[in-house]
Design a protein around this ligand. Sequence first.
Ligand code: APR
Ligand code: PHB
Length: 392
Amino acid sequence: MRTQVAVIGAGPAGLLLSFLLHEAGIDCVVLEARDREYVRQRVRAGVCEQPTVELLTSLGLGERLAAEGMPHEGLSLRFDRADHRIALTELTGKTITVYGQQEIVKDLIDAHEARGYPISFEVSDVSLSDVDTERPRVGYRDAEGVARTIECDAVAGCDGFHGICRPSIPDSALTVYEREYPFAWLGVLARTPPSHHELIYAHHERGFALHSMRTPEITRLYLQVDPAESLEAWSDDRIWAELTARLEVEGEGEFTLREGPILDKGITPMRSFVAEPLRHGRLFLAGDAAHIVPPTGAKGMNLAIADVRVLSRALEALLRGDESLASAYSDTCLRRVWRAEHFSWFMTTMLHTDPHADGFARQLQLSQLRYTTSSRAAATSLAENYVGLPFV
Ligand code: APR
Ligand code: PHB
């Protein structure tokens, strides 16, 4: 088979890239290891920066997002058993929208199917060759197990952190920057209305907790846990008791956590990771395949979307014979990536309880929280990073 761009992975990065390329008249094929239902249902993060919402809307993909997304003008940092609101919109003029990543994935799959843009689900044994030539090849088995080869002009590695594209690049051609944290997040989706109209990021001596939401009837909650913790150790009762303890407030502004049936739970490790450069010959990495941020800054999906916006233009130019944007692709994206890496690390270290931290480190954390919520300049810095800096 022959196509112009082979896109590996049908997460937000791969699907949006494929959509943008098709709309620009470029032929491409998406190959995805999982089945269609799994990809549509997988529960992930849910905060869209304003530039993400604007991009999806400008592409005609924003109808359900506008109807069902929940715009927010602020968030709470909860510590010292009290709420400290960051007025995102008052400080930046922008909003964020809570809309689950899998809803964006569903909208993108539906848009592909409505237009006849091809996605092959349940492929296996994907392998890349000749990516350092002008005719890369992608080998794979289709859902029926039939061996196939795609010959193309470029490969987009959008296959997430555990994909095969990044490992296809020789180690000597990549520089990896990495940090692991001594905690993970236990995430739960519960059938109960949100307990507060905004997100709450809670710093507590028992560990971090986050109150988020998906719809007026569905709440999304997270607890900091040990990375070695098993899900079996966390009964629903234990989860609710721990969330209640960590989200407690005292005095004014009473808060009651609303409980309900837990629909989904999972543990995700937290890491920061960047592999540079994002290009090797005709292979371009985008999204989680190239970089990971801990979820505390809500940046993962927004970064994936920002990457492919730049990549689609670079590939359009490359296929017209203009190398300049493709040559700049990695550096252009990395400026944003490193800003998000810093912000995500900052939010993570400010809000979590490090089991190895000494008293000095804990006092610095509290001081940073108090400064961030009492200085307009510090709050604005958090807010402008959180709502999304303009596209570079
Ligand atoms: N072949 C084909 N597909 C693969 C392979 C492979 N060898 N390996 C992985 N995949 C698929 C995965 O099943 C997944 O659907 O690639 C897709 C990668 O999607 P994501 O992990 O969602 O990554 P990305 O599109 O970069 O989006 C980043 O996802 O993990 C979250 O927090 C992260 O919000 C961020 C977003
Ligand atoms: C979510 O709603 O899933 C969510 C919100 C904010 C974050 C991370 C995840 O920082």
